[in-house]
Design a binder for this molecule. Structure first.
Ligand code: THU
Length: 135
């Protein structure tokens, strides 16, 4: 699947976003090393801190199904009635990625269908704390 299609699928995942408070809707599309794909959206809560980001929704769905190896994720976000913006993952989501992904190879695709931008996890989270630090 090319990057444009990854973004298109993240846009589809975004349709399920539950964001009545921020009205900022995010979608994610995650590819596993075994060739499966998981959609995620942000899920807000009246108790704001209980909100789950789109990326973590996708990761937790996948991990709960037994997946532990990941190749890439596409992420899109934007306000309810505005154009999509470049939506980089928050620090907590980067930390969750760091748990399961190789920072040297895991790809994070941001941007738009027409202009996808690809980053490595190590670009967005240099010197992250990970499982090896506890060995
Ligand atoms: N959000 C995500 O889903 N992913 C991110 O990485 C950034 C923020 C969501 C959380 C909240 O529902 C809304 O965007 C505004 O912060």
């Amino acid at each position: 699947m090319d990057e444009k299609e990854m973004i298109q699928n993240a846009i589809k995942a975004r349709e399920k976003s539950y964001a009545p408070y921020s009205k900022f809707h995010v979608g994610a599309y995650l590819e596993t090393a075994s060739g499966k794909f998981y959609e995620g959206c942000n899920i807000e809560n009246a108790s704001y801190g209980a909100t789950n980001c789109a990326e973590r929704t996708a990761f937790f769905k996948a991990v709960s199904e037994g997946e532990r190896n990941f190749v890439r994720i596409a992420i899109v976000g934007g306000g309810e009635n505005s154009d999509l913006e470049v939506c980089p993952p928050c620090g907590i989501c980067l930390q969750v990625m760091r748990e399961f992904c190789n920072p040297e190879s895991f790809e994070i695709i941001l941007g738009t269908e027409d202009n996808p931008e690809k980053f490595l996890l190590k670009d967005l989270l240099p010197k992250g704390f990970g499982p090896d630090n506890l060995k």
